[in-house]
Ligand binder design. Sequence first.
Ligand code: SAH
Length: 244
Amino acid sequence: MSLKYIIVWAFAQLVFITNGLVIADEYTLQRQQMVADIEDDVQITVKYITKKSFNKLVLQAMKTVPRHQFVPAKQRSMAYKNRPLAIGHGQTISQPFIVALMTDLLQPQPGQRVLEIGTGSGYQAAVLSELVAEVYSIEIIEELGEATTQLLTRMDYDNIKTRIADGYDGWPQYAPFDSIMVTAAISHIPPPLVKQLKNGGRMVIPVGTRFQTQYLTLVDKDKQGKVTTRQVLPVAFVPFTGGY
Ligand code: SAH
């Protein structure tokens, strides 16, 4: 083997090793651009979100999670655009800015346990899983939930636990949760979810219907269990379904 081939071989091994650790892949630059676009959106929405930047760890998680693996193959070239995409079954993977905003609003901390309602593609769960100890995620569409569970297993997200069920009732077996994220729009805040939120915990949820303006709403449960809400930003989410 000539020296040239040995060098090429050694380089290929190096790329393989770094890929194994997900330090870099062919989408790294696109992910960095996506985060730059998110930071631009933060500037545009400062008056709603009342902060000038998102938590650095949240942005780091967005730079790490391979979003292209969570979208259908034919959408892959669009994976890092700052926009929602169709994932089949009439559902969508949220716009990256909204994923970052909702994650930031929960103020995730290492060691926490978070409940997500609406697993969808699994992307939001994957972002949360980079920041907290355990993510519990519920999806109502069986076929979608099963496909996503398999994907998350293949990708070694072993701190994400999934379930196919109507998320209105939460996941009492693992309650209470440090925080809760709902990723489908509903006319009101489900009382079972408020109950399953720890004192001192936070929930983000799009409140509204297809026919009214939906507001991304932050629910705060204080140390005494008193609940207050704040409308953060008008949004457009797919509807919360099920029998509530
Ligand atoms: N978090 C997802 C967004 C998916 S869109 C992602 O990162 O891709 C919202 C999801 O909520 C859809 O998959 C929809 O099927 C699901 N959903 C709607 N109503 C639900 C309910 N009652 N219980 C659980 N999931 C629900």
